[in-house]
Each structure stands twice: as structure tokens, then as C-alpha cells.
Write a protein that binds this ligand. Structure first.
Ligand code: ASP
Length: 478
């Protein structure tokens, strides 16, 4: 017999079905035992009546919440007063004829059917596979899937090619610390996990791809920050050739408008076309560079997008700046070092770098920066000038020789953007925390309590890598 999915039982009245799933709740009413059975498509009430099957009743006595079972039974229409309007299958129930326990479950460490947001982060992440049984969490994962699916289809239709770029790579400074991976074959040398595929996507433009995207994992070794998944996060990374900034703004505005209509029709974009605000105006008017333009901040369905443009190309280096001490300069790139200056400000690069505006664009939604990008420098001379201005030494420049080198073989003008996936899904899901829309996030203290990572590795592994651990005394005791 073929398995029937729970959502389909309503079309199987008086038919015999085979159902498989988890027992959500067991209610013992003396003779009758009721089980709520759950599969990926829904929930249904099972009735175990000793008059129908004594054997099933004996087995049902053993059943506890979250046991995995399979049953055969007849789908019956419920009497009017038994109808449960809260349940999608509330008009029917299944009278069990055969019952088999597939696997047993211990008592749950927390109530997985309630709002698990009130459970401690440590416990939820340790038992994430149970937390994800929760309806809300499943909905969030499905929404994330739909969003990514929409983006893939939309961009594919627009002639973009999705390309996977390496995870084992070389540091691409985006202003954060790199995660390093030691090389066994080249002792003492390291790969870095990409902070973003920035250099690769630009090189794909040199390669002539013209339209690239990727749902790209990005790795940044930072302390936990509000609204950023610690350690790793996902971006819709995108790059195009022979375009202007306007083309990027229009593509994104059109795609997100369609996306919201399709995936979250209950939401409405309150200001169209999306306002474009200069960085200077935003600072003056809102005292920040990610203004919340919602008309009614209590409306959970309002989405107010805007663009922030005309950023200064440089900011002054601060002590905790990644670029601090990189050379003898006081300037750090305000976006990244590949962002092109505005053509009309080029002359200022030598005279007054602080006044140069960049072709950067930030995408803001409801007061949250959800993406950024820029038109890139494609003239190796300008790129080198930027390296000089941020104080790169000869050796530091050498790290980017492949970029400058590539630009000497015919480089198209190009630019792109990388909207974050996690934050956007969080906002559409109406969640406060980004971890609610990630299947297996790291904790706020940048650990995975379920896998127990990060973890120590064996002496053999360390030896192969020629690595000696040298912990400070205080930490050794722990
Ligand atoms: N790589 C940039 C970032 O991660 C985005 C871009 O410039 O396209 O912020």
C-alpha cells in the first residue's frame, strides 16, 4: 500500500489509508485513545478503538509524544460537533485498524509544539533537530526556500548564470577578520574562507560571463553582532558587465517587488518607486545611513525600501579598523577597495580624498541595511591609486596582483551588489532574530552546541599540519 500524506486525507473519505509520521499528542480517554499524527504536510487525529483493533490499542498504550509510527485505517467524516476548525484536517479523523511503532522517543527536552522562542538558546541549538520540528520553524525554512527559489528562477530568466566560487581561497578583505584553514601540503600556509566572492565575481566579468549570481556563503570571523549571523551568512551575490549603477538599482527593485508579490502577498511595499537618498541627506535628515521610512511602524506587513547613494569613497581609519596600520594612510575604503569613484570626483583623488564620492549603493529595508554593492574600478591605474591611498605597502599590493594583472587582458566595465539572504528572510518571516530563519546557526557566543564546534582536534591532525597549540596560561586551565 502506498503512503498517503496527511494533507490528502480529506479527499479520501471512507477509504483505507497508510499514514506515517510523528505522534504530536496522545490523549487517553479510557477506552478510546486519540493520537495527533504529524507529517511534513500537516496534522490529523487518529482514533484507536479496541472494538476495531485490540492489538492497535495495546500498542497505543505504549506510545508517547514524538514516537514515529505507521498506521492503516479508514478516513471518517467527523460528526458536526466534533469538527475542529483549527485543523486543516479537522473535518475528518482516521479510525486505526493497524498500528506499528517504527521508532521510540525519549521525553522532549522542551515543548516543541509551543513557541520555542522562550526556550534558552543553548538548549534550542543543542537539540536543533527537535526545535525544527516546530511548525513556525518549518514555515521559516520553507519561506527561505521559496525566496531563494524565486531569485534563482528570476535571474535565470534574465540570462544570469549561477556559478559556485571556491570556499578554500585567499583572503578577500571586506573589512573583517578571515577564517583560516591550514594547508597540509604547504606547511605554514593557509587558505582563507571567503568574506565574500568579491574578487571571483569580478574575475568572472573579465572571463566574459557578463551576468553572474550565486547564493553565496560568506565567512567573517567577528564577534556576534546584532542582525548578523555570527561566523557565516548568505548573500545573493550578483555582478554584471557593460552596465551602469542605474541598471543594478532597477534590476533589484523589480526583482524584489515581484518576489514580495509572489512569496509574501500579505506584505505591501509602501513607497514606490523606492526613494533614492544621498548619504549626506540621510545623515542630515535621519542621523543615520539606514533610515526607516515606514509610514506606520506598528504595521507588520509594511515594507519600506530605499537606496542610499553617493557615499564618500573613504572613511577615516579607526584603531579597530581592519585597515588600521596597513600603511601610512588615514583612509580606509567605506565600502571596499574595488568601488569606483564617481567620474566627476576623480580629480579630487589627489587633492582631497575625503571629498571623493563612490559609486556605492546600499539597499535599506525598514531601517535595516539588507545589501550593498557598487560599480567597480576597471582601470588598473585607478585601482593602484586606491591601494596607495589606503596605505597599502608593496607587499600588500602584491596580494592583489592577480586582479591588476587580469585587468590588463581586456576588462569590461562592471558592477554588482550582494543583498543578504538571512536578514531579508527574517524581515519577511516577521522574526526578530536572524537565527530563527537559519536551520543550524551558530550561537551568540559563536559555537554550535549540537555539534560541539569549534572543537579540539587530534595530535595526529595537528602534527600533519605542523601546528603547535600555544594557549595563554589562564585559558589552559579551563
Ligand atoms: N562584496 C560586497 C559585500 O560583501 C558586495 C558587493 O560589493 O557586491 O558587501
Amino acid at each position: 500500500m502506498q503512503r498517503t500524506l496527511i494533507k490528502d486525507t480529506i479527499n479520501q473519505i471512507n477509504k483505507t489509508v497508510l499514514l506515517k509520521g510523528w505522534v504530536s499528542v496522545r490523549r487517553d480517554h479510557g477506552k478510546l485513545i486519540f493520537l495527533d499524527l504529524r507529517d511534513r504536510t500537516g496534522l490529523i487525529q487518529l482514533v484507536i478503538n479496541p472494538k476495531v483493533s485490540e492489538e492497535a490499542q495495546t500498542t497505543a498504550n505504549e506510545i508517547r509524544s514524538e514516537f514515529v509510527i505507521e498506521i492503516e485505517g479508514t478516513v471518517k467524516e467527523r460528526e458536526a460537533k466534533q469538527i475542529n476548525p483549527e485543523m486543516e484536517t479537522g473535518k475528518v479523523e482516521v479510525e486505526v485498524t493497524k498500528l506499528n511503532i517504527i521508532s521510540r522517543a525519549k521525553a522532549m527536552p522542551f515543548d516543541i509544539n509551543s513557541d520555542t522562542r522562550s526556550v534558552s538558546e543553548e538548549v534550542r541549538l543543542k537539540y536543533r533537530y527537535l526545535d525544527l520540528r516546530n511548525d513556525r520553524m518549518k514555515k521559516n525554512l520553507k519561506l527561505r526556500h521559496k525566496i531563494i527559489q524565486f531569485i534563482r528562477n528570476y535571474l535565470t530568466d534574465m540570462d544570469f548564470t549561477e556559478v559556485q566560487t571556491p570556499i578554500l581561497t585567499k583572503s578577500t578583505p571586506e573589512g573583517a577578520r578571515d577564517y583560516l584553514v591550514p594547508s597540509r601540503i604547504y606547511p605554514g600556509k593557509f587558505f582563507a574562507l571567503p568574506q565574500s566572492p568579491q574578487q571571483y565575481k569580478q574575475l568572472l566579468m573579465v572571463a566574459g560571463l557578463e551576468k553572474y549570481f550565486q547564493i553565496a556563503p560568506c565567512f567573517r570571523d567577528e564577534d556576534a553582532r546584532a542582525d548578523r549571523s555570527p561566523g557565516e551568512f548568505y548573500q545573493l551575490d550578483l555582478e554584471m558587465s557593460f552596465i551602469e549603477q542605474e541598471d543594478i538599482l532597477q534590476l533589484i527593485e523589480k526583482m524584489y517587488t515581484e518576489l514580495v508579490k509572489t512569496v509574501a502577498p500579505e506584505k505591501h511595499i509602501s513607497i514606490t518607486p523606492w526613494p533614492r537618498i544621498s548619504h549626506k541627506e540621510s545623515k542630515e535628515k535621519y542621523d543615520n545611513d539606514k533610515p526607516d521610512l515606514r509610514k506606520d511602524k506598528n504595521d507588520p506587513n509594511e515594507l519600506a525600501f530605499c537606496w542610499i547613494l553617493d557615499f564618500p569613497l573613504f572613511t577615516e581609519q579607526t584603531e579597530d579598523d581592519f585597515f588600521h596600520g596597513s600603511g601610512n594612510s588615514k583612509w580606509a575604503p567605506s565600502h571596499h577597495m574595488f568601488t569606483a569613484p564617481k567620474a566627476e570626483d576623480l580629480a579630487l583623488l589627489d587633492k582631497d580624498p575625503g571629498k571623493v564620492r563612490g559609486l556605492q549603493h546600499d539597499l535599506v529595508l525598514n531601517g535595516v541595511e539588507i545589501g550593498g554593492g557598487s560599480i567597480r574600478i576597471h582601470d588598473p591605474k585607478v585601482q593602484e591609486k586606491i591601494f596607495d591611498l589606503i596605505g597599502f605597502s608593496k607587499e600588500q599590493k602584491q596580494n592583489f596582483a592577480h586582479m591588476l594583472g587580469a585587468f590588463e587582458y581586456g576588462v569590461p566595465p562592471h558592477g554588482g551588489i550582494a543583498p543578504g539572504i538571512d536578514r531579508f528572510v527574517r524581515i519577511l518571516a516577521g522574526e526578530d532574530k536572524i537565527a530563527e530563519v537559519i536551520a543550524f546557526p551558530l550561537s551568540g557566543s559563536v559555537r554550535d552546541p549540537m555539534m560541539g564546534s569549534p572543537s579540539e582536534v587530534s595530535d595526529k591532525q595537528l602534527k600533519e599540519l605542523h601546528i603547535k597549540i600555544d594557549l595563554p596560561k589562564t585559558k589552559e586551565k579551563k
